[in-house]
Design a protein around this ligand. Structure first.
Ligand SMILES: C[S@@+](CC[C@H](N)C(=O)[O-])C[C@H]1O[C@@H](n2cnc3c(N)ncnc32)[C@H](O)[C@@H]1O
Length: 239
């Protein structure tokens, strides 16, 4: 995505967070501005029009804000023809453990006048409904291994044929960059009220095996560009 377009999407996606408090303002700007995954989701055309997207561990709803901002720009006719068009009319639902983050996101997202709904809940026991896409970006390692496996089973059961499970994980075989991302994760989790959180990570191949064993077709893409981390995006589709 060219820098000019990136800045336009960023400005529009983060403007709604400006009156939700200083931390939220800087957080949204920093996260959407520097994390390569958000641009990649658009340039790779990951979501289809009218997709029902369930975002597990949605935080402040930044993924929804990003998609809505891109859609608005496309609706105004200024989206570059050489990029996939952003998805139109997606239905967005998010689940977030921290009620204050869900509240912040719900407040910010009203500006887009869409049906987005972020609810406080725990991904380990929340009903998943019938989404087309389940996104879970940088969240799986917050729950223990048996809970991860149980959730992967439920995600598999909730998705229709052709459904997409999109996640990003830290590759536990990723050496120093992985250990550095763990350190940053611990600091961020502490700053956001999780206390000293335990984290459960796996080597990338173990994630691929766990998803393949459940019938997903899995592809992976390093997703740390411009950062010192060992993060990998996993695109797991049902046939
Ligand atoms: C690193 S943040 C990622 C937020 C968001 N996915 C994003 O990319 O901006 C991880 C989020 O997962 C949430 N989380 C952790 N454990 C959870 C659980 N059991 N149920 C729901 N959310 C959880 C945290 O509160 C936090 O907001």
């Amino acid at each position: 995505m060219n820098p000019e377009l990136h800045t336009r999407v960023l400005d529009r996606a983060t403007a709604p967070y400006f009156d939700t408090g200083r931390f939220n303002r800087y957080w949204s700007r920093g996260k959407l501005g520097r994390d390569p995954i958000f641009a990649a989701l658009l340039t790779r055309g990951m979501f289809h029009d009218a997709a029902r997207i369930l975002d597990l561990g949605c935080g402040r709803g930044l993924l929804a804000a990003w998609l809505y901002a891109a859609e608005q720009i496309a609706d105004e006719g200024t989206w570059p023809a050489d990029l996939p068009a952003p998805p139109r009319h997606v239905h967005f639902r998010g689940i977030e453990l921290m009620g204050a983050e869900a509240d912040c996101g719900n407040h910010a997202l009203t500006i887009f006048n869409r049906d987005a709904r972020l609810a406080q809940g725990d991904v380990r026991d929340v009903a998943l409904g019938n989404p087309d896409v389940i996104a879970m970006l940088d969240v799986l390692h917050y729950i223990d291994i048996p809970a991860q496996d149980a959730l992967l089973d439920r995600i598999r059961a909730a998705l229709p044929p052709g459904g997409l499970f999109l996640t990003r994980v830290g590759d536990a075989a990723g050496g120093l960059p992985f250990r550095f991302s763990q350190l940053v994760d611990h600091c961020m989790a502490f700053a956001q009220g999780h206390g000293v959180a335990r984290m459960w990570c796996r080597p990338l191949q173990a994630w691929v095996d766990a998803l393949s064993a459940r019938g997903f077709q899995v592809s992976t893409l390093p997703m740390s560009e411009g950062t010192p981390f060992a993060n990998v995006m996993i695109e797991a589709r049902l046939p």
